[in-house]
Ligand binder design. Sequence first.
Ligand code: ATP
Ligand code: ATP
Ligand code: MG
Ligand code: MG
Length: 875
Amino acid sequence: MKIIDLRTMRGPSYWSVKHYKLIVMKVDLEDFANVWSDAVPGLDSRLMQLFPTMGQPQPTVEATKYSTKYPPLTHEQLSDGEPLGHVIQHVALELQRMAGMPVYWGKSYPAREEGVEFVVFAYQEERAGRAAAEAAVQIVEALCKEQTIDLQPIIEELHEIREDEFFGPSTWSIVAEAASRNIPYIQLKNSSIIQLGYGCNQKRIQATTSSKTAYFAVEIAGNKNKTKAMLHDAGVPVPRGTTVYSPEGLQDAIEELGYPIVTKPLDGNHGKGATIKIKNWEQALAGLKAAQEYSRAVIVERYVEGDDYRLLVVNGKLIAAAKRTPAAVTGDGVSTIQQLIDQVNTDPRRGIGHEKVLTQIKADQHTMDLLQGQDLTLESVLPVGKTVYLKSTANISTGGTATDVTDLVDPYNVLLAERVAGIIGLDICGIDLLTSDIAIPLNETRGAVIEVNAAPGFRMHISPTEGLPRNVAAPVVDMLFPPGSASRIPIIAISGTNGKTTTTRLIAHIVAAKGYKVGFTTTDGIYIQNKQLQKGDCTGAVSTEFVLKDPTVNYAVLETARGGMLRSGLGFNTCDIAVVTNVAADHLGQRDIYTLEEMAEVKAVVPRTVQKNGWAVLNADDNLVYGMAKGLDCRVAFFSMDENNPRIREHVEQGGVAAVYEEGYVTIYKNSYKLRIDRAVEFPVTFGGRAGFNIENSLAAALATYLAGFERDEIKTALRTFVPSATKTPGRMNVYRFPKFEVVVDYAHNTAGLEKFAEFLNNTPATRKIGVVSGLGDRRDEDTLGFARVAGRIFDEVILRQDRDLRGKTADELREIMTRGLRLDKPELPITYIENEMEAIDHVLATAPEGAVVVLLTENISGTTKKLEEFEQSI
Ligand code: ATP
Ligand code: ATP
Ligand code: MG
Ligand code: MG
């Protein structure tokens, strides 16, 4: 068995519009083609032995919900017979679940090729998904061949990937809270920064700092001396102390403070370098040394008696409080400390890193030092009931535990915490204090605030060891997106075979004319506020994100093409309006899409992502596009070149909205009322009405913007001022009027597109119509033949050139098919063969007769445009 194709979906795709994160792979089963699980003796038992948890009751309510909805494979199913692709799918899912990534959804089905299966399954982390794909194929093959396989290293690797890649628990709590409010998020590349919301409405978080967190405040909190000074000034109890740099300084400090004391680095964290409850000079010197590993400046302060509490203040309000206890073991009279640690670690709540609510305890150097201080080692046996702390700080990430005490905090302490957050200036603020009882005012317990933390961890509040879990992420999201504020920007997405770029540009032009700051993507680039910021085919998910990440953009208009969608899915999860122009034969046979119906399914992904109150704008003259209306969750509007199209009649009679071309007008049709936008001939893109396809595109653009709330006059003025040109619509209907003849540069590149173009040419008077054309190497022969045939019909003469990139065909093959097609309906058609495009253009410019129309069907738009500009200057 081998994987012959592996893709990673990151958004709605052909395979699912609901499950975004999918691995899509093609597996060649080779020797096991057409073999089902029941045909391999013993496969079922070997598999169940290797994965005893597969098909078993799930550990959590959430998991049970999912596994009921998307059940894992059972032993019975395996012995009854399942396709091996299906087995691979379930193994890939189970592997990820075993490594702490709860994923359930998948599907598998035979590919077009003999013995090849499509296996689709969900992942949590991309890298883990890909690793699981490979492992699953290896495992199933090994099991089929009765080879042994060691799962442990595979699971360990997946575990490691999860730890590397998954959001930390704090970040995840905020992201999940945002997602539950339908606020979209984008993980920014190569950083741990998460963008919440789109465009100009975006906010960012990094762990628990937000784009609102003041640098100023973080800086103060990071300096324990400054913090203490400010708090002391405001009457907040803090431990008395000073900063020292040397043993001499230390000695002076101790004279002043007396024992017991604490030493810690000035700007430390996670308790690193801190020594607690120093009682003599020897310990004090060791403490100084330990702290100076981290910073030259060392804080020496009074040891405060009491338990560790963490108070969390968000946006000025106390949200949660936890009592924290460092990792500890309690003796039973027989076990060694190491054995006790191992026992504690068998608690299923304890995992590796941040995987579970608690972390396993690791005995590190710090633990050894602590034990040594009490004349203990890992081998010592503790008497019954004796508790020994294994860490000096209570961080959960070092094995500590936390108890929620939010409801116990005395109002005096609530006020104190909220004042502290305000004094330091932190929007998300973790306050550490030591006191005997948080339910008693701090000034009565002789407790003190010992530290203020920016970016406080949330784990102890969202999953305390004991007590109520608190949703501390909600107030953070409330702060970033107060009720009523927007997180998204409007998204209009355009798909279809032909006319996407033109329709995108028309819509972007209408939207920008009203003053919106538009970001739009097309086949020729990404434009932010009409400036081209990226060049090239920008119709995939990466380009979509480029726009949605732009902080200046407040409106997105996105050309979404098939290629990107099949490669990695869409770059947005939902949109407001989706336009589908048409579905025609183009790119068939590529990326496993063979038929028009399959292609329609691909294009239909876009309208299927429209949010409930949004609109799908569909071409009623195209059967496949019209058919997309069925099963959509959103509202639907149609456009048509024929107001008598029965589909339009029916739709409008039922109160629907449509756009039609009637009596020369582009008209919005609602109930029985007609709102005439303008005469189509007034729109420069229609070339006086000759370019019918651009009337279609204008209908789509007018309808989409009308539904988006634009006024008739706004649409009309914008369409009147959209002048196609080599800069505005490069390579789409760029007309050059020279003294002797006219040149049209266009990018019709499939049969349907060329047929539409033919209508334009038919309406264009000329003494002779000359085409410079080429065949595309990555199309099926029948498509190339059809394209050439139309070209043969519409031109009186053809110059046949060659593309620079033949995409898999030889020049001879292409020339043969093209010639055959060109002459199918016109055997006498004169054809001149000039391979090089620029030479072909030179030739035609030199020889075209008076009154001719020359059509350059080109892909090399910039080269062609440059050539024509030079020609213009030479005459
Ligand atoms: P973290 O980042 O985990 O909060 P840190 O390096 O910032 O740690 P502190 O919070 O100042 O260090 O101290 C770590 C722990 O040491 C505290 O949680 C507390 O248990 C103990 N501690 C610190 N200062 C004192 C003190 N003055 N008296 C008693 N215990 C103290
Ligand atoms: P691509 O897939 O290359 O991105 P596209 O869908 O973006 O193409 P456009 O660039 O707008 O399409 O138009 C390409 C060519 O297709 C035009 O120059 C024209 O010849 C033809 N065309 C444009 N609109 C339509 C339409 N609505 N129906 C059929 N053909 C069209
Ligand atoms: Mg601290
Ligand atoms: Mg395009």
